[in-house]
Design a protein around this ligand. Structure first.
Ligand SMILES: O=C(O)[C@@H](O)[C@@H](O)[C@H](O)[C@H](O)CO
Ligand SMILES: [Mg+2]
Length: 402
């Protein structure tokens, strides 16, 4: 089955998405997500100018060889742009192979290990009361796992807080918004937030929290210890993770489960975290870590060390990534949880899909392939709009992590 065309489709139904579409001489096509929030056109150019010309004429069934060709052939390996571009091609090729085999992708991976995939939603509020209410809204929607993010007293804005408490999109079309951060104010406040939520809703629901790369290892250890009474499902991105051994300090001090990895783009970013059991959940995502082919390697390594999957699933990952993730989550033996920030109706119209949300879980579809498509005519109605993620400074003006 020979690749006859490979194109990049950039569309902006409320936010930018980059999609790879690969067509073959047998009439089958596949689509893959290649969206990198705030750097979309870098990936589009990496694909259009450097990768896609090398695809034409290749055998679409040779997924592994094509993956190795682009990984080793680039010379300049790894990195978010290159691995996101490779992921887009990889997802499209797995889509084609599953369609050619006339089976849903999870069957090709190894069949069902579960019939449904537990997900978590994002409850957020400007302060404790609004956040507590938002958690109640997610419970009413049927979620059993809820991520909790709140504004911090004394800070004008922070990560994860949106006007709409049930939807969160961090990118904005002007130049990067500047947030101001204080770890001191945050660390003082966060135990009070979770105490209030547990007092209100008890312990039947899984609560998750994202510290979004803002603490030092000892600060993260303090937050982990302070939150132990509230039995979190995980504390995410507590520390920036370039220094993988930095997590040893955090690990020594707290039994709060640790999750990290949404910004990782290869197994090398998390090998030490996994093999030293410094984390409990790996958050690498199919679109940013080289696609299904590479995620299989990461999940297999994690499985040896009691580490479970907890894939990133924010609104800036397209429904194609979510569709592939639900197939992967349905198969993978060491599944943990799947992030599920529901996309807007506009986005779902551009990306029709067959996965379904039911009572706090996602149910995989049975269509051949990964079950997601792109409506190219509709996509063409939403031209690209440059957008940036915010940046973050400390109160004294020091540039910090967002
Ligand atoms: O856990 C998460 O979903 C967050 O960390 C994301 O919202 C992240 O900030 C965005 O995906 C960045 O584009
Ligand atoms: Mg996160």
């Amino acid at each position: 089955m020979i690749i006859t065309s490979a194109r990049v489709i950039v569309t902006c139904p409320g936010r930018n998405f980059v999609t790879v579409k690969i067509e073959t001489d047998q009439g089958l096509y596949g689509v893959g997500d290649a969206t990198l929030n705030g750097r979309e056109l870098s990936v589009a150019s990496y694909l259009n100018d450097h990768m896609l010309p090398c695809l034409i004429g290749r055998d679409a069934s040779q997924i592994e060889d094509i993956w190795q060709y682009f990984y080793k052939g680039a010379y300049w390996r790894r990195g978010p742009v290159g691995m996101t571009a490779l992921a887009g091609i990889d997802m499209a090729l797995w889509d084609i192979k599953a369609k050619a085999a006339n089976m849903p992708l999870y069957q090709l991976l190894g069949g069902k290990s579960r019939n449904k995939v537990m997900v978590y939603g994002h409850a957020n509020g400007k302060g404790i009361d609004e956040t507590v209410d938002a958690v109640g809204q997610y419970i009413d929607l049927g979620y059993q796992a809820i991520r909790v993010q709140s504004g911090v007293p004394g800070l004008d804005s922070t990560y994860g807080i949106s006007k709409n408490t049930l939807f969160y999109e961090p990118a904005s079309t002007d130049l990067p918004k500047e947030d101001v951060w204080s770890s001191h104010k945050y660390m003082k406040f966060i135990p009070e937030l979770f105490a209030k939520i547990r007092d209100t809703y008890g312990y039947d629901y899984h609560l998750l929290h994202d510290a979004h790369h803002r603490l030092t290892p000892i600060e993260a250890a303090r937050v982990g210890k302070d939150l132990e009474p509230y039995r979190l499902f995980w504390l995410e991105d507590a520390v920036t993770a370039e220094l993988q051994e930095g997590f040893r300090l955090l690990r020594q001090h707290t039994t709060t489960p640790i999750a990290v990895g949404e910004v990782f783009n290869s197994i090398h970013d998390c090998q030490q975290l996994i093999t030293e059991q410094l984390i409990d959940y790996i958050r690498t995502t199919i679109v940013h870590a080289g696609g299904i082919t590479h995620l299989k390697q990461i999940a297999a390594l994690a499985n040896l060390y009691h580490v479970k999957t907890g894939f990133h699933g924010a609104t800036d990952l397209s429904p194609i990534t979510l569709g592939c993730a639900v197939h992967f989550d349905t198969w993978v033996p060491n599944f943990g949880i799947q992030e599920y920030m529901q996309h807007s109706d506009q986005t779902n119209e551009v990306f029709p899909h067959d996965y379904k949300f039911e009572a706090g879980h996602l149910i995989v579809g049975e269509k051949p392939g990964h079950g997601v498509d792109i409506d190219e005519n509709l996509a063409a109605k939403y031209p690209y709009k440059r957008a940036y993620l915010p940046v973050n400074r400390l109160e004294d003006g020091t540039m910090f992590n967002w």
